[in-house]
Design a protein around this ligand. Sequence first.
Ligand code: ZN
Length: 65
Amino acid sequence: MGTCELCNKSGDGLSLRQADHKEYGRKWVCGDCWTILYDKNSMIPGTTGGGGAFSCPGGCRGCKV
Ligand SMILES: [Zn+2]
């Protein structure tokens, strides 16, 4: 349980993810905001997400060599 630090969404079913934002620093954000940050390439690559999906230093999608 927690509150998204970007959109202030909260609730029992909310699962927060940690995102290292390039401007705002480390934030706990909801899945929706995390996706938005990812799409905008607003996170510092390599420190977020887990699972090792981001192998490209530029954080580009589909670059999973
Ligand atoms: Zn949010």
